[in-house]
Write a protein that binds this ligand. Structure first.
Ligand SMILES: C[S@@+](CC[C@H](N)C(=O)[O-])C[C@H]1O[C@@H](n2cnc3c(N)ncnc32)[C@H](O)[C@@H]1O
Length: 231
C-alpha cells in the first residue's frame, strides 16, 4: 500500500457554500499540492452541525435591522469537534487585520488552520469574542460571503509551504518579499515590434543581472509604493 505523507498544513473551512471552495482547490498548483499530500484542504458544510428539522444556521438580529446573522450554536459545535490544541481558528472578516505576506508566511508554518467563512450579516458576536483566535480581512471592501476570502487566504498561505511551488526560487524577488515590489519580467522574443529587452538580461552575467533587478525593484517601489520603503 502506498501511504501518503502527513500534510505539512491542513486547512478546514466551515461555510454554507462548500462547493465554491471545492472548485477553487481542484485546479492548478493547489490541486497538485493536495494531490501530492503536501497540504490538505477540507471544505465543510456548517449545516452538518445545525440542529432541527430545517438545520437553520441563521436568525434575525436582536435589536432589529436588515439581514440575518449566523447563529452561534452550529459554529461552537463544529469548532468543538474539529479543533484541537494545534488549531488556529480564523474568522474571515472585512474588519479584521489585513492579510499580507508576513501573515501568510506565519500561517504557512501552522499545522492546522480552521477558517470560518461568514455569510449574510456575518456571525454572532459571541463567536468572534470567545471562539476565534484571529480575524483576517482580504481588503477594505465587503464581499457577499467568506468563501472567496477564504480561498484567497488559502492560496496566498499555501504557496509559502515548502514544495508547493515547484521552484522554490519563485518566492525570491517577488512582490512584497523584503518589503519591495517584484522584478520586471521579459521572455522571448528579445525584440518585438522594435521593443527590446534590456541588454543586461541577455548578458549571461548573473551578478549584473541580480544588481539590475534589485535596483529596478527599489526604483519601482519608490515610485508606486513608497509606504513599503518606510518599514
Ligand atoms: C456581507 S459580509 C458581512 C459584513 C458585515 N455585515 C460587516 O458590516 O462587516 C458576509 C461575510 O463575508 C466575508 N467577508 C466579506 N468581506 C470580507 C473581507 N474583505 N475580508 C474577509 N472576509 C470578508 C465575512 O466572512 C463576512 O462575515
Amino acid at each position: 500500500m502506498i501511504r501518503k505523507m502527513k500534510p505539512a498544513l491542513r486547512i478546514d473551512v466551515l461555510s454554507l457554500f462548500p462547493k465554491t471552495l471545492e472548485g477553487f482547490v481542484s485546479e492548478s498548483i493547489l490541486a497538485k499540492a493536495i494531490d501530492s499530500g503536501l497540504i490538505e484542504v477540507n471544505s465543510l458544510d456548517l449545516r452538518r452541525w445545525a440542529k432541527g428539522k430545517h438545520r437553520e444556521t441563521d436568525d434575525r438580529p436582536f435589536g432589529g435591522g436588515a439581514g440575518m446573522v449566523m447563529k452561534p450554536e452550529p459554529l461552537f459545535a463544529a469548532v468543538n469537534e474539529i479543533a484541537d490544541d494545534d488549531t488556529t481558528i480564523i474568522y474571515m472578516a472585512p474588519d479584521g487585520e489585513k492579510l499580507n505576506t508576513s501573515i501568510c508566511q506565519e500561517l504557512s508554518l501552522k499545522k492546522h488552520i480552521l477558517l470560518i467563512s461568514g455569510h449574510y450579516e456575518g456571525v454572532d458576536q459571541r463567536v468572534r469574542d470567545y471562539l476565534v483566535n484571529r480575524e483576517i480581512s482580504v481588503g477594505d471592501y465587503v464581499l457577499t460571503n467568506g468563501t472567496l476570502s477564504s480561498s484567497i487566504l488559502i492560496d496566498a498561505v499555501c504557496r509559502h509551504v515548502p514544495g508547493v511551488l515547484g521552484d522554490k526560487d519563485s518566492l525570491n524577488d517577488e512582490t512584497f518579499e523584503e518589503g519591495l515590489l517584484g522584478i520586471p519580467q521579459y521572455t522571448r522574443p528579445s525584440e518585438f515590434n522594435g521593443l527590446k529587452v534590456p541588454e543586461v538580461l541577455l548578458s549571461g552575467n548573473h551578478a549584473e543581472i541580480s544588481a539590475w533587478r534589485r535596483s529596478k525593484r527599489v526604483e519601482k517601489t519608490r515610485k508606486l509604493r513608497p509606504d513599503l520603503l518606510k518599514n
